[in-house]
Design a binder for this molecule. Structure first.
Ligand SMILES: Nc1nc2c(c(=O)[nH]1)N[C@H]1C(S)=C(S)[C@@H](COP(=O)(O)O)O[C@H]1N2
Ligand SMILES: [Mo]
Length: 361
């Protein structure tokens, strides 16, 4: 399906929601296109590049309509290596606390890293004569209509203008040196490094500078942290806390949780990711449930906007091996201990300590 690896974990065929097997994600700075996770809320639209058009309007001096040839020809191309992470990543940790009906049971694989190529959103907004005012927002529109929204509507969302003017935010038409595949938003998507994946709008067709955040269902009602006792089916626009920057997080990818490993030397591998302009500074590993910790080896970040891969070598003795991992960021913050304290009705932003259990034979 959509040219993904055969070991891809498909949560749903329509809308297409899938994540790579943890071991497939492990150990590579950049995730191949056939391995990168997919998150959709409606059918994947078929947009011919020649017919595609992007409108830029709202609080701009000169509204623009750009064809693909105009966008790619008129603006300088920039490359950014950035990790995207869905706010539903690691929802399985919440499912163990309390059931979350209607949302995919995502594991650690709703996270992937690519080299994105495109124009800076900033350059395009400047060409339209954007009004610079830190209170403004930039709303994105797309053609994929989602029946999961109330009422049914196309997918959309927004980011603050200050983020939109940051150099890392792209209107991308390239992914890992290929034309952006349709399943990942081709011909053109927004890439908002450091924010939850939901703001990286695929198949972008409109950009509106406006005083308020988008009133689209996926900004105003979904992708918000509701109180644990709220009913997500009756949530009103504006209820709960809006998500923007991604939460500090990490997980174990290899060996996979539950695997049998031979006694002796074992190298654990995983990723850690910090939100927005924070960086991952340390990853700790505990083999006694968090009483004592040792530091994992951290690979250098490939880019300011990408995950840091970590590894940890240990000597495994026969029996059950229980591993706990947590990351620290450049502000000295670390991850909360338990998913139970973070549980929320839509299952977003589980960044509790990551655990895995191995059977050492
Ligand atoms: N138009 C559109 N853009 C979208 C979505 C969508 O359903 N429609 N899903 C969002 C979510 S929640 C995520 S996590 C990322 C996933 O991007 P990917 O499918 O390329 O991995 O796209 C975002 N952009
Ligand atoms: Mo997402």
């Amino acid at each position: 399906m959509w040219s993904k690896r055969p070991d891809t974990i498909v949560h749903e065929e329509t809308p297409f929601n899938a994540e790579p097997a943890p071991s497939a994600l492990s150990g590579r700075d950049v995730t191949p296109v056939d391995t990168f996770y997919s998150r959709n809320h409606g059918p994947i639209p078929e947009l011919a590049t020649v017919d595609w058009q992007l409108r830029i309007d709202g609080l701009v001096a000169e509204p623009l309509a750009l064809s693909f040839a105009e966008l790619t020809g008129r603006f300088r191309t920039h490359a950014v290596i950035a990790t995207l992470q869905c706010a539903g990543n690691r929802r399985t940790g919440f499912n163990q606390v309390r059931d979350i009906p209607g949302e995919d049971p995502s594991g650690p694989g709703a996270t992937s890293t690519a080299e994105w190529r495109g124009a800076r959103l900033r350059d395009v907004l400047q060409a339209a004569g954007v009004k610079i005012d830190a209170s403004l927002h930039v709303a994105f529109g797309a053609p994929d209509v989602s029946e999961l929204a109330t009422p049914t509507q196309p997918y959309g969302g927004s980011i603050p203008l200050t983020k939109a003017m940051s150099e890392e935010v792209l209107l991308a038409w390239g992914m890992n040196c290929q034309p952006l595949p349709r399943v990942h938003g081709g011909p053109v998507r927004v890439v908002v490094p450091g924010y939850i994946g939901a703001r990286s709008i695929k198949w972008i067709t409109s950009i509106t500078v406006q005083p308020e955040p988008s009133d689209n269902f996926f900004q105003a009602t979904a992708y918000r942290i509701l109180p644990a006792d709220a009913d997500p089916d009756t949530a009103e626009p504006g209820d709960g806390i809006s998500l923007s920057s991604v939460a500090l997080n990490c997980d174990i990818l290899a060996p996979e949780d539950g695997a049998t490993v031979p006694a002796g030397p074992v190298t654990l591998r995983g990723y850690a990711l910090a939100g927005d302009d924070r960086t991952v500074e340390r990853v700790d590993v505990s083999c006694d449930g968090g009483t004592s910790w040792a530091q994992a080896d951290l690979e250098p970040a490939y880019s300011k906007w990408s995950w840091r891969l970590w590894s940890f070598a240990l000597c495994a003795a026969p029996g059950a091996l229980h591993v706990t991992v947590r990351a620290w960021d450049s502000t000295g913050s670390t991850q909360p201990e338990s998913a139970a304290t973070l549980w929320n009705p839509k299952g977003y932003a589980n960044n509790s300590w990551a655990t895995a259990t191995f059977d050492v034979a």
